[in-house]
Design a protein around this ligand. Structure first.
Ligand SMILES: Cc1cc2nc3c(=O)[nH]c(=O)nc-3n(C[C@H](O)[C@H](O)[C@H](O)COP(=O)(O)OP(=O)(O)OC[C@H]3O[C@@H](n4cnc5c(N)ncnc54)[C@H](O)[C@@H]3O)c2cc1C
Ligand code: FES
Length: 270
């Protein structure tokens, strides 16, 4: 397998576009990429900008990214069709530590399903898989996996009405033992999962998002406390999270200004 040269763009054409739901599209590229679940690539749309995206599908001959239409860049990415040319750098970051024979819980919130999808495909059948979203339209890949998934939505339009942490708590309180918990989704959700894991002494790994520019630890845009999210993460384990004072608290805007996390996630950068 070949690794895309870290700092130079490789120009690739979209080979297939899959509309996952009104909110999400997946773009497939025929390219052999060495990669570990949880790593990300920087995606450049010429004339526009460059942003980080997780690899959501991976095989020896192709890979894909799944994008939720939000602001200008992601709406443009979701509108790209077969044949469109984009630049790719990476993969970057550390990825998840995988223990295939252990008992794991995987907790996805909304688009946080994207980095967890390739992880779930590497874990054994002894995995509890919980997926939450704001409503039915935001449930990603409803039919993709061999292992059963428990669904929940904020409005009750699909599965249990409530939060992923309610379902995880039910599993733990019913006596289910977990060796590892993996989570990706809104940071407030990951913080709640982490707190639950701490209470029950279960090692946890979460994938964080911060504003990224270089993707490989040089520009400082993605700093969170003493951690460089693109390089030391984006996956952080319980030991790192315990020391991360800005986890679920603060983030840097594109300008470098430090703000409360709620302001960061409501900010529009275009
Ligand atoms: C490691 C990592 C992996 C990601 N993987 C995915 C994925 O698989 N699918 C997906 O849909 N999104 C993913 N994202 C988010 C993605 O990079 C974009 O932020 C998102 O698509 C919104 O971009 P926008 O410019 O359209 O939205 P905007 O409305 O302009 O921004 C919305 C929010 O996105 C965040 N954001 C904007 N620009 C950046 C940037 N350069 N770096 C980091 N965050 C930014 C800010 O919180 C901002 O408030 C990932 C982010 C990171 C850091
Ligand atoms: S994006 Fe430049 S240091 Fe992380």
């Amino acid at each position: 397998m070949e690794n895309i040269t870290d700092q130079r763009h490789i120009m690739l054409r979209v080979e297939e576009k899959r509309r996952e739901s009104p909110a999400f599209a997946t773009l497939f590229f025929d390219y052999c990429l060495a990669f570990k679940p949880g790593q990300f690539i920087m995606v450049w749309i010429p004339g526009m900008d460059e942003k980080p995206y997780t690899i959501s599908y991976h095989s020896k001959t192709r890979f894909a990214i799944t994008i939720e239409a939000k602001g200008l860049f992601s709406r443009k990415a979701v509108s790209l069709d077969k044949g469109a040319l984009v630049g790719i750098r990476g993969p970057f970051g550390n990825g998840f530590d995988i223990y295939p024979d252990s008992s794991a819980a995987v907790i996805a919130g909304g688009c946080g399903m994207a980095p967890l999808a390739t992880l779930v495909e590497k874990l054994g059948k002894n995995t509890v898989f919980i997926h939450g979203a704001r409503s039915k339209d935001y449930i990603l890949y409803p039919d993709r996996f061999d292992i059963q998934r428990q669904f929940c939505t904020d409005d009750g339009s699909f599965g249990y009405k409530g939060f992923v942490t309610d379902l995880l708590k039910q599993q733990i309180e019913s006596g289910r033992q977990f060796d590892h918990v993996y989570a990706c989704g809104p940071e407030i959700m990951m913080a709640a999962v982490f707190d639950l894991c701490e209470e029950h002494h279960i090692p946890c790994q979460v994938s964080l998002e911060r504003y990224m520019r270089c993707g490989f630890g040089v520009c400082g845009a993605c700093v969170c406390g003493s951690q460089i999210v693109c390089k030391d993460g984006p996956v952080f384990n319980s030991t790192a999270l315990r020391d991360m004072v800005d986890f679920n608290k603060k983030a840097l805007l594109k300008s470098g200004k430090e703000v409360d996390l709620s302001l960061y996630f409501s900010w529009r950068c275009q």
